[in-house]
Design a protein around this ligand. Sequence first.
Ligand SMILES: Nc1nc2c(ncn2[C@@H]2O[C@H](COP(=O)(O)OP(=O)(O)OP(=O)(O)O)[C@@H](O)[C@H]2O)c(=O)[nH]1
Ligand SMILES: [Mg+2]
Length: 323
Amino acid sequence: MLIDDVKIKVKAGDGGKGVVAFSKIKMTLGPTGGDGGRGGNIYFEGVSDLSALSQFRYKKELLAENGKDGKYAFGDGTDGRDLFLKVPVGTVIHDLSLKQDSEIVSVGQRLLVAKGGKGGRGNFKFRSSTNTTPKEFEEGSLGQECELRLELKMIADVGFVGLSNVGKSSLLNELTKAKSKVGNYLFTTLNPNLGVYYELVLADVPGLIEGASLGKGLGVKFLRHIERTRILFHFISSESQDPLADYKIIRKELETYNKELLLKPECVFLTKTDLLSEKDIKKKVELLKKTGKDVLAISIINEESLKLVEGVLREIIRQKQVH
Ligand SMILES: Nc1nc2c(ncn2[C@@H]2O[C@H](COP(=O)(O)OP(=O)(O)OP(=O)(O)O)[C@@H](O)[C@H]2O)c(=O)[nH]1
Ligand SMILES: [Mg+2]
């Protein structure tokens, strides 16, 4: 199961304690207590693996190492090791304590989320002409602690939307190396799948149903992934008795979830056209043209029609390069 929304607690390492110590050598009497080390920081680091949040499924409290206490003979304690938590690109980090959001947008990007505590000073640092045998020292300060909600909002160029069983996953598999599960029943796809077509990321999202935006079916959980795509491919099966009604159901769900989804460029695909006669294909395409969108008739067993889809994708790549 893809983990795409999870709450965790992180705590950076505490600073080590400063130490009180004195030289035992006669000629050099004086304070020698070293400082404590800094506590380890906690960072998030962007990776391309969409399933990276699954590490938090059971492990919800993450601690970085504490700094070591100072040493007796001048030495400072070692710093705690920093902790790098790998999260998928597109992860939004909601800091529930500070009510602040930040986001990981690229692979390798690092973001500091909890700062380690400072090491305390040892008594050597407290020496002065009037205090040659200081007994003062500091405790290390505490590492930052926060409660976070990590929400994966996929970043894809094209989002595949439509009712269930209309051939979204089948097309993704045809166009890319993705191995999205295909089946002749409802709700085959349970989690979003990504495929890469040259420099485009295509996202196959589980089928939507009427009421998805209100939490019916699997839909609402995934509608937010669509928020982040630039372009929508809207699929309607040739098997549909009323393609225009199907189109409207999905549009309504998109609108209820977030009106802005309707403003995204959208391309409409009438799928599985091998099941229809030329005449019926034409009829249904004409009907769908009433949406005012570009409409393409496709079938995964018709090479020619797949070339048309690739043409659309190439045009999207071209536009992406211009921007
Ligand atoms: N005849 C024909 N069948 C197709 C075509 N494309 C897909 N199918 C079949 O339609 C069924 C559904 O395909 P999927 O790709 O799983 O559909 P989906 O839209 O991803 O469905 P969900 O994941 O449930 O939302 C499968 O049995 C496919 O083999 C096509 O072009 N022609
Ligand atoms: Mg599917």
